[in-house]
Design a protein. Structure first.
Length: 296
């Protein structure tokens, strides 16, 4: 249960990001400044606790593999934050949330096992709840879609799925804090190739950008990456993607409280359905009778 709560908390942490990004955009900051700052400070925040676990030197090959997993984290941020320029946040996060079924499908293919009925029922609830909570059935719905924004949103779901899958399978022998710092290194390298860190020398960082990027680094890099690295190996990618759906309700409530965005009753109903979809597999598991151990 504690590993499930870790993944749930990490997903909630991700849900705060869209609100912070929208606040940063409203102050005139560009995606390159926001993304670059997040990855740079995420790199620093993850390496601070990791330094206490460097007494035993891990294999360089494993660290490189973890940096490769970190590229998926950086790719998700780049794609998702750029999609927010073309489509509303509710639609962008709706597209990102396609990782719920993508992750379960990917795990089914890799393990060659069909998802059980509780998992399929949970996915159905998550899909319905996401449609409602994302506001797709109101405010114009499909008419708000922009082709480029849709493409970026869907690709962010693919990269996020890859992160969840490989974060639970790569270099599990390495301390989770070292795994997090190695992943953040890969994210930073990718971001610097696409968005050179000009904000470090042009004065933008101390001209209002710092509060936003330090919060994004905390809630978008340090907390969720550590939570996923500790939790996913113990619960599996399929359950992790279901718990990851907690990101959308958090995003809805954060935008309503901080940005004063109106939340309809349909969206509230969608959030409730998502929460039901998250806890359904655990409820079914508890109701199943435990098999008695054979007598010695």
């Amino acid at each position: 249960m504690r590993y499930m709560l870790l993944v749930f908390f990490g997903a909630c942490s991700y849900g705060i990001l869209s609100t912070i990004v929208k606040l940063a955009y409203s102050q005139g900051f560009s995606p390159s400044q926001v993304i670059g700052g997040q990855m740079a400070f995420g790199f620093l925040l993850t390496w601070i606790p990791a330094l206490f676990f460097l007494r035993t030197k891990p294999q360089k090959r494993l660290l490189l593999l973890l940096a490769g997993v970190g590229i998926a984290v950086g790719t998700t941020g780049i794609l998702y934050y750029n999609s927010l320029q073309y489509i509303p946040a509710s639609l962008a996060i709706l597209l990102l949330f396609q990782f719920t079924w993508m992750g379960v499908l990917a795990e089914a293919i890799m393990t060659r096992k069909r998802p059980d009925k509780p998992t399929l029922a949970s996915l159905l609830l998550l899909f319905l709840g996401t449609m409602l909570a994302g506001g797709l059935l109101e405010n114009g719905g499909l008419q708000q879609f922009h082709p480029l924004g849709v493409l970026l949103g869907l690709l962010s779901a693919v990269s996020y799925t890859l992160f969840i899958i490989f974060s639970g399978k790569t270099a599990l022998s390495i301390n989770p804090w070292l795994r997090s710092s190695s992943m953040s290194t890969g994210s930073l390298l990718l971001t610097c190739l696409i968005y050179p860190p000009v904000f470090l020398i042009d004065g933008t960082l101390w001209d209002g950008l710092f509060p936003y990027v330090i919060l994004l680094a905390l809630f978008g890099i340090l907390i969720p990456t550590a939570c996923f690295n500790f939790g996913v190996p113990h619960i599996g990618a399929g359950m992790a993607t279901i718990l990851g759906a907690a990101e959308l309700p958090t995003a809805v409530f954060a935008s309503a409280i901080v940005l004063q965005e109106q939340v309809s009753w349909l969206q509230v109903a969608g959030v409730a359905i998502i929460l039901l979809g998250i806890i359904l597999p655990k409820l079914v598991q508890r109701k199943q009778p435990k098999t008695a151990s054979p007598a010695a």
